[in-house]
Structures are given as C-alpha cells and as structure tokens.
Design a protein around this ligand. Structure first.
Ligand code: TEU
Ligand code: CA
Length: 567
C-alpha cells in the first residue's frame, strides 16, 4: 500500500486575519496577533493553518481583491512577518497554506492599470475586454450574466470604450486565463513567490471559474431582472482541466497541498474530475452541497431554518460519497468566512442550547471522512450576532448590495426590507467576520481599540480564556473529538459513510465502516429529548463518547450527540 498523503489526515484551522487578533491596538487583526496565538491553535489539535488573503489590497472584498501578490496589506504586517509566521508554524510541526486568488485581481493591480490604459497596451489581453452591443441604439453589455454580488458582470470603461468582465465586484476584474503570458505571471507572482518562502500549499479561490467558455446569454430564470444567474456557464468551462494540469506541475514540484473552492457543481462525476488522484488537478475541493442547504434563489431570498434534516443528511452524503470506491478525496466543514455560524444555522443558538449544539455539531463532523476544516471561533461555539444590531454593522458587500437591491426593487417597502434583514441575520457572511472573543474584557479581548467590526457582547458566556480552563466547554469538547479522530483515524477519516435513516426529520444517525470495524454516530437535532433505540443498527454497542457527561442510556437529550463502537 502506498503511504497516505500528509494532507489526508489534516485538521485545518482557518484564520481570517482582520478578525483574529490585534497586536498593536489599531482595531485590526494582524500577523503578529496570529503568531501570538499559534500555541493556542496547536492546543486544539490542529496541524495545518490556512490564512485568508493577507496580500496588499484596497479591501473592497476583504482582501479577495489583490493589488500586489508579492506584498502584505500594511495593517497586517510585512513579508518579513509572513516569513516569521511560516517559520513559527513549522517550528510547532504545523503546516501553513495561503489563499490563492487568481481568477481576478483588484482594479488597483498594476496589471489592470496597464490593461485599461489603452487598447494597444501589451497587457490589454490580460483581462477580458469586449465591445458593447447595441439594442435599439442603447448600449448594452456583451451578455446578460448576473454577478455574484448583484448587477451585471460587465463594467463599462469610458477611457477605452469597452466593457471588462468581473464575476464579483467591479473592483475585481477577471484575469484572462486564455493568455499564456498571464498564466505564467500568475504562477510566478502568486504561487512560486510564496512556495519559495516555505508555504505548504493553497486554498484555491473560485477554482472552477478560470475558463469562461463562449459567454453566451444565460437562460431567463428571473423575469423581473435584466441580469440572469449564470453560475452554470462560467463555472467548469472547457479549458478548466488543461489550466489546472499546468498549474499542478508547479505545485507538484513543491509537494504542495491544494483545496479548491468549487461552487455551482452539483454533479459528483464533475467534482471527481477535479479531485481524483490520477487526474492530477487538485487534492480536494469544497463542495457547496452542505453550506447551501436552506439558501434561496438569491442566497438571502429565504426565511431562517428553511430546510429539513433529510436535506442536510443527503448533502453530507453527497460529499462523503465522493470517495466511495474511487481515488478521490473529500473535505469536512460547516463554516468558513463566507458562511454564517453553524450553530445558528443548523442547531440552536438559544442560550440554553448553544453549548449542547456546538458540541453536537463537533461530534457529528469529527467522525466524517476527509480532510477537516475548522473556522476560527467555531471551536468556541461562536454564534451569529443578534437581530437587534443595526444594518450599519453589516460591512460585507455581499450583504449591503443585496439589501440595496431589495430596496431598489421594492421602492423601499418596509415589509421587504424587514424580510431581507431577517435573512441577513441568518445567512450573512458578516457573522463569521466579527472579532474572535478571546476574553471577557472590553472589545472581547481582541484589541485595545474599537475593532473594525463590532465584537459580540455575550463574551461572559463564550470566550477562549474561560473555555481553556473549563472542562465542560465547547472548546474542551472539540479537543476531545479531535483526539478521538486521530485515535480512530482509519474509521473516522477514511471509513465508509452510510446514512441509517434518511427520512428521520429529528435524529441524524450514520455509520462508519473500516474493514471489520464499525461505529454509529447519533445526533439529536431537536430541542426536545428523543427516543433512539438503535434497533436499525445490529450488534453490541459500546459508548465511545457523548456530548453529555456521565453514563448514557435511553433517551437522547436535546441536541445530544453520541458515538458507539459496534462489537
Ligand atoms: O467565494 C466565491 C463564491 O463563489 C461564493 O461562495 C461567494 O462567497 C458567494 O457567492 C457570496 O454569497 C470566494 C471567496 O471565498 C469569497 O470570500 C470572495 O468574496 C469571492 O471568492 C471573490 O473572490
Ligand atoms: Ca493591528
């Protein structure tokens, strides 16, 4: 048997630099703040750290708009600080991966500045420029595609009288991957620059969007709008695998790990093409099945808890089935910087249920197969900020643009705006981006100054300092689960996953199987006690762990989770 790749057994901790820890009192997290908490991160049981974009950027999309790949955003620190962070991770036997954002740059990147300067500039073709089309003498963009942050994906440029493509904000022009010179510049500046400084791999942003295909109009799914959902057209384009093979040749030289972000790709066969070992593209991807549960046609066009447990189970099954009987690999995650907090979304953030919910989700995740990803604050059981917070606390373009669109469309209808607020309180990316609650001191112990985003105020009930010395905390439970995940590595990380009762709306029961070993995982997703006799799973059961202390028999408590080993 060939040795397992190091990243398969990885437990990754994702850091959002702006909100992790502020070391110099300017209200913004920074690299020195991260370095000061590496021992804390390691104590959780993590062995890989992922740093969200820390590159120089005007921060229109929180660093996913990069103006210089080879420099650090000054409030975060310097390239030397990054070198120190890399060394300090390695000194603790942890790997470090960065975010690779190369579908687009910032409009402030020098490549784009040159590209937009004239139609004959040598870098004109590094971005995607198209002439207008005229309908009854009216200037229109080249197609009807809707952008990820609302509006058209095309921006008119007065100076050269053409449109450029931006799948995200107008300040995030898409690079032209069809141009070989552009690709080479990306590999050298964005990848090799950091691989040469010792980083161990990348989380690859929007990895399936580089090849845009023929860019024809999208079908009309929203008759009220001029712009139509086009995700299925701009994702997984015809040259995607060719580009990734090329990119992989560089990554291979460094034995670098890759995890690609793979939106709008529901078909397993498609996903497999990205992650199968023999295809040599990416090591693994983030599928969107689970985090998309309960979202509307426009993400926010929905009501809270608008999902059922069977939907959640089959979404998890889709990600687990990816590795059944083939050479692919998968990921385990419920949170990241683009998702609201999982306790609020999938369990209960009511004060009396928050801790139980956090432990139950930790248990549910820790026995799933694949490389595991934990997002900062998830290990503390952090939850969404409250509904009372004003609209001005939402800083993310994704949230503010949606709210603006609803206002425009409905002529500021109070009912429509209230519905938008309710949905944002449930699903907005902002909830994951508030400062980490380190202690029960002003500004949650994150900073000595007023933080760039408002910190949670319930820090007495939830902070890292208190949880580190409390054996019953969510943090203590995460540590225990990650230790068990290591102890039962074959079964939990590599075993085969089966849902026991897909239709049950209250309890999620699944089994894991590795050769003659078997475990059954039982999670009560309701706020009431629930009967579970376990007749569907034969054999003698021995309790391995429960989210509730003490001997466990009979009914499951509200949001209780248990794992049994089967003899
Ligand atoms: O996200 C890309 C993506 O496709 C979405 O999940 C996106 O966040 C969603 O449409 C918003 O509701 C990545 C990054 O993770 C995200 O933070 C960036 O904003 C985006 O790319 C652009 O770089
Ligand atoms: Ca700072």
């Amino acid at each position: 048997v060939a040795a397992r790749k190091w990243w398969k057994d990885g437990i990754v901790y994702q850091i959002y630099p702006a909100s992790f820890k502020d070391s110099n009192g300017d209200g913004i997290g920074d690299l020195n703040g991260i370095i000061s908490e590496l021992d804390y991160i390691r104590s959780i049981g993590v062995n890989i750290v992922w740093i969200c974009p820390m590159y120089d950027s005007p921060q229109v999309d929180m660093g996913y708009d990069i103006s210089d790949y080879e420099n650090v955003y000054p409030p975060y620190g310097t390239v030397q600080d990054m070198e120190r962070l890399i060394a300090e991770c390695h000194a603790r036997d942890m790997k470090i991966i960065l975010d690779l954002v190369v579908n687009h740059t910032s409009d402030q990147h020098k490549w784009f500045q040159e590209s937009r300067s004239s139609k004959t500039n040598p870098k004109r073709d590094w971005y995607i420029w198209r002439p207008a089309r005229y309908v009854d003498g009216v200037r229109k963009p080249p197609n009807n595609w809707l952008g990820n942050f609302m509006g058209s994906v095309w921006q008119w440029d007065e100076h050269t009288q053409e449109y450029y493509l931006h799948l995200f904000c107008p300040e995030q022009p898409d690079l032209n991957w069809e141009n070989e010179e552009t690709r080479k510049a990306i590999y050298k500046g964005a990848m090799e620059f950091w691989l040469d400084r010792g980083v161990d791999g990348f989380r690859v942003d929007t990895v399936n969007m580089y090849s845009k295909g023929d860019m024809v109009d999208a079908p009309i799914t929203d008759p009220e709008s001029e712009w139509q959902f086009a995700g299925l057209q701009y994702c997984n384009g015809p040259r995607m695998h060719e580009f990734l093979s090329e990119m992989n040749q560089i990554l291979d030289r460094y034995d670098a790990m890759t995890v690609g972000e793979c939106p709008h790709t529901p078909e397993l066969s498609r996903v497999l093409k990205y992650v199968s070992a023999k295809e040599k593209q990416l090591n693994m991807v983030f599928q969107f099945d689970v985090v998309d549960v309960g979202q509307g046609p426009y993400k926010f066009q929905t009501t809270p808890k608008n999902w059922t447990l069977p939907q959640f189970k089959s979404a998890i099954q889709n990600t687990q089935d990816l590795i059944r009987g083939n050479d692919g690999w998968t990921t385990v995650f419920l949170e990241n910087h683009d998702q609201a907090r999982s306790i609020t979304r999938f369990a209960s953030d009511a004060p009396e249920h928050r801790i139980a919910s956090g432990k139950m989700l930790s248990l549910m995740l820790s026995a799933l197969s694949g490389t595991m990803f934990i997002y900062q604050g998830q290990e503390l059981g952090m939850v969404n900020f409250p509904v009372e917070w004003d609209m001005s606390e939402y800083k993310d373009v994704d949230s503010t643009n949606y709210y603006k669109m609803v206002a425009d469309r409905t002529n500021n209808s109070p009912t429509a705006l209230a519905a938008a607020r309710t949905s944002l309180q449930h699903l907005a990316r902002d909830h994951a981006r508030v400062p980490i609650s380190w202690s029960d001191t002003p500004n949650a112990g994150f900073s000595t100054a007023k933080p760039w985003m408002r910190a949670l105020e319930d820090t007495a009930a939830c902070n890292a300092k208190q949880q580190q010395s409390d054996k019953t905390s969510v943090l203590a439970f995460w540590k225990r689960m990650l230790a068990l995940r290591k102890q039962y590595n074959d079964l939990f990380v590599h075993g085969e996953f089966d849902v026991v009762d897909l239709e049950d709306k209250d309890v999620f029961v699944y089994t894991k199987t590795w050769r003659e070993r078997k475990a059954v995982v039982v999670c009560n997703f309701t706020a009431e006690a629930r009967e579970w006799e376990g007749k569907e799973v034969g054999g003698k059961k021995e309790l391995l762990v429960s989210t509730v202390e003490g001997p466990r028999e009979g009914k499951l408590e509200a949001f209780e989770g248990r794992i049994y080993l089967l003899a």
